[in-house]
Design a protein around this ligand. Structure first.
Ligand code: COA
Length: 163
């Protein structure tokens, strides 16, 4: 039986921290599904199509990764895709409380699935998508935080929106 892990998130945009989680998880599972949230309370800079396109480009070399959009409950998407593992990255203690609540609630909604946390690699612990967006907005260098293609697209997007 194959083990499928789902890695849900907003990915606005995908960062090197997210990539690190996917790269390390990919040998552990038969398939890793990166599930990009379409309906989110977050005010995203990229549309869901753009976030999927960026993630696809960045992860194209990893064979057992599939990228999909989901709307509504994450557990419904997990069930539809036969995922038995919910994958999340943990950056710091500050992530813990929220992630534990999310994991507990998801377990209640889908008892047959388990959440597995991967600690983010040390060099990425301080990265978040919103900080990356903010740094880029004010002209800071985001080279160390996102893949090159993401950097270029983000800079273009911000330039277009300021015109
Ligand atoms: N490296 C870098 N950044 C990371 C990271 C890592 N390893 N892990 C998390 N982050 C950052 C993200 O960039 C993001 O930063 P931001 O808030 O500044 O943008 C933040 O940590 C958390 O984002 P993410 O991991 O994308 O999760 P999220 O909180 O945006 O998404 C969902 C949460 C979408 C998974 C969750 O709300 C969900 O499942 N929603 C669907 C509806 C549902 O099922 N609700 C019931 C839940 S019980």
């Amino acid at each position: 039986m194959s083990t499928i892990a789902i890695y849900p998130g907003t990915f606005d945009p995908i960062t090197l921290g997210h990539v690190d989680i996917v790269v390390r998880a990919s040998p552990m599972f038969d398939q890793v599904i990166l599930a990009v949230a379409g309906s989110t309370s977050k005010n995203t800079i990229f549309s869901v199509e753009e976030r999927i396109e960026l993630a696809s480009k960045v992860l194209e070399k990893i064979q057992n990764v599939k990228i999909i959009q989901f709307n509504g409950l994450m557990v419904d998407c997990a069930k539809e895709n036969n995922a038995s593992v919910i994958l999340r990255g943990l950056r710091a203690v500050s992530d813990f409380e929220y992630e534990f609540q999310l994991a507990g609630m998801n377990r209640k909604l889908m008892p047959e699935a388990d959440t597995i946390f991967l600690p983010t690699s040390e060099k990425y612990t301080y990265i978040s998508s919103s900080l990356v967006r903010e740094i880029a907005k004010f002209g800071g260098d985001i080279t160390d935080f996102v893949p090159k293609v993401v950097k270029n697209v983000l800079i273009d997007k911000l330039a277009a929106s300021s015109r």
